[in-house]
Design a protein around this ligand. Sequence first.
Ligand code: SD4
Length: 318
Amino acid sequence: MWGMIATWRMAVEGITKGSELLKAGKDAGDAIETAIREVEDFPYYKSVGYGGLPNEEMEVEMDAAFMDGDTLDIGAVAAIKDFANPVSIARRLSHEKVNSLLVAEGAEKFAHKEGFERKNMLTDRAKAHYRKRVKEVAAQEIKPYSGHDTVGMACLDMTGKMTAATSTSGLFMKKKGRVGDSPISGSGFYADSKRGAASATGLGEDLMKGCISYEIVRLMGEGMHPQEACETAVNKLDAQLKERRGQAGDLSLIAMNPKGEWGVATNIEGFSFAVVTENQEPTVYLVTRGEDGHCTFEVASEEWMENYMKTRMAPIEE
Ligand code: SD4
């Protein structure tokens, strides 16, 4: 069995590419890196890689991670600027015994020495988004910390190896140096080939309060189906946050187990995800969360898919 599952519709082209490798018997590390790079390179996705939205100071600072579920090797970068593919830098770091999570200039130095491509990641479109948001914030129309789209993936190859990886430019208008859950093991991602892999998107500050990717893997290890594990962990954290803090930020999770079974849970409206397995063509689903916290999915219609791309590529009215 092989398969991949990823947060948001934007990942479907990536997992399609990754699935070609998995089908050919290739490694879950190569497949997930290929899939995430595809998302990083696409300029119209606003929260990942090239075209990602900047921080308060109009700089694109990115977080990314990679985990090998066979060896439990982890590599991650945080608040890194001006490199095209943070996930590849994270994967390279996963081979280091120590110094495997690097931030800001330290991460950039490592990437430069290792020969990674430098790239100005701030696009004109992202600048336009920035200017527009500054005006909106000034007019108090919307809060700064809304709008997100981190890519997080879980992958299983034919040998039974599992991997997890993430990539994000984090929250739009975040403070310089702010780091979310995406490069933090157990929060944004976790992979253990014996139990499964999971990854998150949403409000990093809240996702980290539940170490939620690890929690899902732990529950799968106790025998829960990925769907039940995702719902159990998301609903519990959502309830805890509401009880103790009065509110819960966005929490959306995807997971896969070593059998290639998968699951998803969210506490928001409008979460989408993409999945491919040996038995299933690459498919985008939309999630609906019931009153009881149970999530159901429907395949995204052609119309929805077209509309999605149109809105991503529409001119920005400043
Ligand atoms: C963060 N979790 O930096 C990320 C943001 C995100 O979809 O998921 N956006 O907090």
